[in-house]
Design a binder for this molecule. Structure first.
Ligand code: FEO
Ligand code: CA
Ligand code: CA
Ligand code: CA
Length: 564
């Protein structure tokens, strides 16, 4: 970094070195503690977490779930409520008594189903830092079994009808909840990512429906649900997977409210749902599809948002677009309509990937989180990596040539693309793009794999994934990559969280996670003096003597100043 850039630094911390150990590190002058972990009761009638056996069949649905991911904090009637995703299960950890964690009974399956989904809980700082409020009326678990309503263009379609729901509008559960979003009207958006892994067939010869291959839905499931729960058996309910892969809206202010699957936002492996407003008040949602060679999307509502106004149709009535990036630094949002795709409107929202292919969208290096800068009309998307780029097409989909915002073949490091909408209006159909950073390793490579100029020996990282802007317009970047600290990844250490300055391009390391973990999910307390950060799938954390537990940590400055 030049002396000038250093003098202009807007980082409120001294960057920290890479780490390879089993704990969390933050800069000098900051401290962290665990807020909550998998299995912590949300209600006093739930059994305590057992360090050897974990949770129970009956208790899991009343306790914090597994694999914390996206989250947001809400201020509701002067209280603070966090909604957080529980993405997937680690069977060998979650069912430790079972052989290789394999579910052996329907009760085991229910426990695994209840360990995923979403948790909503109140937090409070009574002077010793934030804690979860047991038995708060806001506390709630949403699991793979919670009743939900399906709304929007795909609701009721024949492909969404099942034997238990001939209406095609009432689903059970939300699946593989990865990233998140927050609407201006105070609801939480949870995003269904790798939903394909929950479905399988007890009939090995079953012919799978058209379109399943593109979504990775096959005869083998990841969790054996179909062996015990017929809803997940494609031989019994071939349409059940068509009811997953959506963005789901949850009202954190009402623990009795019914979550709504918003099919207008498309069906794919949703990463997060970053919401902003267009110049005229229309709601704009940016959406990544995290798969090698899949696409980046945008939704624009037909109606406009006004504070206190009717918001009920804003995520149902609108237009979905897909991104096309041109080599000259310009790009455009292509509308997915019956005219442009040759598909009817409901099918566009069920086979959204196929609709994107039909209009010639740009295949991307696994679009993870999108973050919109609150102080400037621009958005960022983490393109985490793509070992297949330039090698083979995506599964059942398009060729993946090198070029545009995906400039490297066999891309193991990832990059962050940024775009500025024409006229500073996120509803505009044209934008200009550039790469904010190309991750790399200048210690190991001298070519394009060294990374961009803002990658230095002091901030090495790979596989950017989670991202969030703070209120000052600083970009927090979290990683989910190779933490071997060897070869191409030497000097990068464990997964981490960095802070990027959009103006200078500078990037500084703020936090390192424990070995084996991915750092994912970030939100701030109402006073912005505490930052909550997710630690997902650690090897040996927080108690090295107990089962490893995904956790949310609370970080604050010792002097009590604002972080974000
Ligand atoms: Fe669940 Fe793409 O991360
Ligand atoms: Ca992710
Ligand atoms: Ca990832
Ligand atoms: Ca993950």
């Amino acid at each position: 970094t030049s002396a000038r850039a250093q003098a202009a630094s807007r980082f409120a911390f001294t960057p920290i070195p890479a780490a390879t150990d089993f704990t969390v590190h933050v800069p000098e002058g900051y401290e962290w503690k665990v807020l909550t972990s998998w299995g912590d009761p949300l209600f006093s009638d739930a059994p305590a977490f057992d360090p050897v056996t974990g949770t129970t069949h009956e208790g899991q649905a009343r306790a914090v779930g597994e694999n914390t991911d996206g989250m947001h904090l809400y201020e509701i009637d002067g209280r603070e409520v966090i909604a957080v995703n529980h993405e997937y299960a680690n069977l060998n950890i979650n069912l430790p008594q079972n052989d290789e964690g394999r579910p052996a009974t329907i009760e085991d399956i229910r426990q695994v189903q209840d360990s995923q989904g979403v948790a909503v809980f109140e937090v409070k700082d009574a002077g010793q830092g934030y804690e979860v409020v047991l038995d708060s009326p806001y506390n709630r678990r949403i699991t793979h079994r919670t009743p939900m309503r399906i709304s929007g263009p795909a609701a009721g379609h024949a492909l969404l009808q099942t034997s238990t729901d001939p209406s095609g509008t009432e689903a059970l559960g939300t699946f593989n909840n990865c990233g998140a979003g927050r609407t201006p009207w105070g609801t939480y958006l949870t995003c269904e990512e790798n939903f394909n892994g929950y479905f399988g067939s007890t009939d090995a010869d079953l012919e799978l429906p058209e379109g399943f291959e593109r979504y990775g839905i096959g005869h083998e499931s990841r969790y054996a649900y179909e062996q015990f729960d017929p809803r997940f058996d494609l031989a019994v309910e071939p349409n059940e997977p068509n009811r997953a892969g959506y963005v789901v809206e949850i009202d954190p202010s009402d623990a009795a409210s019914t979550p709504v699957k918003r099919t207008a936002l498309g069906r794919f492996k949703h990463e997060n749902a970053e919401v902003t407003l267009a110049a005229d008040g229309r709601v704009v949602v940016y959406l990544g599809d995290d798969e090698r060679g899949e696409f980046l999307y945008r939704y624009v509502s037909n109606g406009t948002y006004t504070e206190g106004g009717d918001t009920s149709g804003l995520l149902d009535d609108g237009q979905l677009y897909v991104a096309k990036f041109h080599e000259d630094g310009r790009g455009e949002w292509l509308a997915l309509t019956p005219e442009t795709t040759g598909m009817d409107r409901a099918m566009i929202h069920i086979h959204t990937r196929q609709a994107g292919s039909a209009v010639g969208a740009t295949t991307m290096d696994r679009p993870e989180w999108v973050a919109v800068n609150p102080v400037r009309a621009e958005a960022y998307c983490a393109l985490t990596n793509n070992k297949n780029r330039g090698v083979k097409p995506n599964a059942g989909g398009d060729e993946t040539p090198v070029g545009g915002p995906n400039p490297r073949a066999e891309n193991h490091y990832g990059q962050i693309v940024r775009w500025r909408p024409e006229g500073e209006d996120h509803a505009a159909d044209a934008f200009a793009w550039d790469l904010y950073v190309m991750a790399g390793n200048p210690e190991v490579h001298a070519d394009a794999y060294a990374g961009s100029d803002n990658v230095t020996p002091g901030n090495l990282f790979n596989s950017p994934d989670g991202m969030a802007f703070d209120s000052r317009g600083m970009l927090w970047i979290q990683t989910d990559g190779d933490d071997s600290n060897e070869g191409d990844f030497a000097g990068m250490g464990n997964n981490q969280m960095l802070c990027g300055d959009p103006e200078t391009g500078e990037i500084a390391r703020f936090m390192t996670g424990p070995k084996g973990s991915e750092v994912t999910g970030a939100t701030f307390s109402a006073d912005r003096r505490t930052m909550f950060v997710g630690i997902q799938h650690p090897d040996n954390f927080p108690d090295p003597e107990a089962l490893p537990r995904s956790s949310i940590v609370a970080i604050r400055r010792l002097d009590g100043a604002e972080i974000g």
